[in-house]
Design a protein. Structure first.
Length: 157
């Protein structure tokens, strides 16, 4: 922020760059770079913002290569479990966010969508993506993530 109150600059800094990128809120750029060292090296040599580079990589190549966008969502597992999504050739994270959780689909073996909503009535009533809720609030609030708790078990590049 060039103009305005100082508090605005502090809030902007606290929110971080990821929100400014227009990235999917379930995409964890730090996780993605730490889990994909080849992408991290490419981001470093690109001269671009590494978080923006990571998100662009995921959108253009990452999900197609089976790379996971965060510690909960299993790209390969989701596409293998839901052949219709794989056949459609769409970003599985975006599919889950827009349709999958509403259809009772699970983002990984480590997160049971239906069970999370059943044990967290407030989340069910709010009609928000349960995985995203867990990533942004649930884990910090100490809520359990029903499933086998094997997050991020897909292979990373």
């Amino acid at each position: 922020l060039l103009y305005g109150q100082g508090e605005g600059r502090e809030i902007y800094a606290a929110i971080g760059k990821a929100a400014d990128l227009g990235a999917h809120p379930g995409f964890d750029a730090e996780y993605y770079l730490l889990s994909n060292l080849d992408v991290a090296r490419a981001a470093t040599s690109s001269g671009r913002d590494p978080f923006a580079f990571a998100y662009d990589h995921y959108q253009l190549y990452g999900w197609k290569e089976g790379r996971n966008p965060d510690a909960v969502f299993d790209t390969k597992g989701y596409l293998n479990a839901y052949g219709d999504v794989k056949a459609a050739g769409v970003d599985p994270l975006l599919h889950y966010d827009l349709y999958g959780w509403k259809e009772g689909r699970d983002p990984s073996k480590g997160f049971d969508t239906t069970a999370y909503l059943a044990t967290n009535g407030d989340v069910a009533r709010s009609k928000v993506d349960p995985m995203l809720h867990y990533l942004q609030y649930g884990a910090l609030e100490g809520r359990a993530a029903p499933g086998d708790t094997t997050f991020g078990f897909g292979n990373q590049g």
